[in-house]
Ligand binder design. Sequence first.
Ligand code: 13P
Ligand code: SF4
Length: 315
Amino acid sequence: MINDQINQLRKTKNAVILAHFYQRPEVQEIADFVGDSLQLSEQAAATGADIIVFAGVHFMAETAKILSPQKKVLLPDLNAGCSLAESCHPADFKAFIEQHPGHTVISYVNTSAEIKALTDICCTSSNVLKIINSLPKDEKIIFAPDRNLGNYIKSITGRPDMLVWDGACHVHEAFSVEKLVELKKQHPEAKTLAHPECKKPVLLLADFIGSTAALLRFTKEDTAQKYIVVTEPGVIFQMQKESPHKAFLSLPGITAPASALADDCGACNDCHFMKLTTVEKIYQTLKDEQPEIFVAEAIRKKAEKSILRMLELSK
Ligand code: 13P
Ligand code: SF4
């Protein structure tokens, strides 16, 4: 059984498997820790393991390597990229910063190590508000790369001087307002939960907006029995696990349990980068100790500063 082989390997090699909430259910099940971007970076910084297998995407594994350079960080499929990270190229971003001197640069962790090296403070959707609010109200800010999250934060904080980079995540941008309105009509008793990477018209229809971990927490603590979940549907696996008696609907209308969502979900909103990781690939990666993630030391040192500032400020 492949899970037993993975268990054996991770024990003998002192390895840990970290998985994002958007991973396939069976990958979440085999992981030592499942979390959102912030929780995963905290785990990567704190783990005593010699090897970290990242069941997530490239920027997450890179963040782990930046924080733990002495550890071997493995990514089961090097094609697991991120459209949001891709929407911010270092040369363009450097030029943008130079065009706007005197700004504090805040970047979402969904960026390459090069972008983090150009950043003053990193953030995730879990701590962005705390980090922005830690700065004086009149501080000039450059926020990158997600325009939806940036504009949402700008609108709720009323910051006058916040320049927002024009990047986006193809998964969260793809949610259709029309389909959401239709689903809300069909299920008037359901509460709508949305990730702030979604477009403004979608966010305006939401009862609660939050990071992946915040959405999960909300479904555990709230009294409603049905939710429309407007984010990557992988998180429904944990929502259903934590609240088995509740119902979760994912646009365009696929219902939990999430095990049905992992494969061949056609028009659903899976992040195909996240779904590249399989249990078989995790086994192979642990066995071969590759593909390994490397970050050039000069970049790593600069990038580390912006991530450590984030971790410090989100305590
Ligand atoms: P969080 O894990 O911060 O909610 O971000 C969602 C995401 O898009 C991760 O790639
Ligand atoms: Fe990137 Fe979007 Fe996939 Fe998250 S869901 S990894 S932001 S493409």
